[in-house]
Design a protein around this ligand. Structure first.
Ligand SMILES: [Zn+2]
Length: 324
């Protein structure tokens, strides 16, 4: 499949979307109509900072058999704050990066014009993908939540991303849901990110499981504490395990509280929920939505819809390419 690119010549017709995540790096090659022609992914290097990441990109390019002179523009999403000049500010899930002018690094590494490279926040790009091609199509305003390693957020108003003064706006994962809750990576207590991210849900799960030694989750993880994940909780809930359902209900209540705040603040037409945790689907989203409708101001709650994202794995690369 990748062979087609090496036969396409170096006439800068293709668009490249790169999604650098805390766990994986994904690369998508698009034609001028936005059609995804090729996709590949690799493990984001845990050490070595941005230099190691450049090495990985080189390997992915080799695998796809593409070269920089085939691209007319490159979009790159990163899981952290990106300012309006494309400078990445210490992404918490990319160890050793610090403050990096990623556009400059890429431009030098690929020998590619800097002005043809766009850098942005991954949740913003996921939001663009849903707004342009997915389940948020044309909604105004559209609010996006990504529930994964962390909790990301983005807001699109009048078809434009809400950037704030410096490009950092819409850190929706740091809205406090429980002031007495667990400590968040930002230093506050009980942020959405500390409660409904992967680690947040695992933390909730432990507190429930400590009091319920009869839960089937104990046998599912076979004493391996590292095996406890939102996916295991989901499977146990589907099997009717009361402890798993309790974990799910607590998580749905936290998510519903966040949704109610977002509804009251933005009066959105639609809220799109993506990221790995959204794959729980109806079991999580329906009770969370019910809770939101009970809590948000009535005239606002009546007018909003809550939907699951269309794109999962490829949201970042599609959004990065859509941004170009
Ligand atoms: Zn926080």
């Amino acid at each position: 499949m990748p062979l087609i690119f090496s036969t396409m010549g170096a006439d800068r017709k293709l668009f490249l979307g790169i999604d650098i995540g805390g766990t994986n790096t994904k690369v998508g090659v698009f034609d001028p109509h936005g059609e995804l022609l090729g996709f590949a992914e690799g493990d984001t290097p845990a050490e070595g900072g941005v230099e190691a990441e450049m090495g990985l990109l080189g390997e992915i390019f080799d695998f796809l058999q593409v070269s920089p002179e085939q691209f007319c523009a490159i979009g790159v999403g990163v899981p952290g704050p990106v300012d309006k000049d494309g400078v990445v500010h210490s992404p918490p899930n990319l160890k050793g990066w610090g403050v990096v002018d990623l556009g400059k690094v890429l431009s030098e590494y690929l020998n590619f014009p800097r002005e043809k490279i766009a850098i942005g926040n991954d949740a913003n790009f996921a939001a663009l993908a849903e707004y342009e091609f997915g389940h948020g199509r044309g909604a105004d305003p559209m609010v996006m939540l990504t529930l994964g390693t962390g909790v990301g957020g983005a807001v699109i108003i009048n078809g434009e991303l809400l950037t704030g003064r410096d490009g950092f706006a819409a850190e929706l994962g740091h809205i406090v849901i429980d002031p007495d809750g667990p400590r968040c990576s930002c230093g506050r207590r009980g942020c959405a990110e500390a409660l409904i991210s992967h680690t947040g849900i695992v933390r909730t799960a432990w507190s429930v499981l400590e009091k319920d030694k009869g839960s089937i989750i104990w046998s599912m993880i076979e004493g391996q504490f590292g095996e406890l994940s939102p996916k295991v909780v989901q499977e146990a809930a589907e099997a009717g395990d009361p402890a798993a359902n309790k974990i799910l209900n607590i998580t749905a209540r936290h998510l519903g509280t966040l949704l109610a705040d977002l509804v009251n603040i933005f009066n959105p037409e639609r809220i799109v929920i993506g990221g790995g945790i959204s794959r729980w689907g109806k079991a999580l989203l329906e009770p969370a939505e019910k809770f939101m409708r009970r809590q948000a101001l009535k005239h606002l709650a009546e007018r909003v819809s809550v939907v699951r994202a269309k794109f999962y794995k490829k949201a970042g690369v599609i959004g990065a390419a859509a941004f170009l």
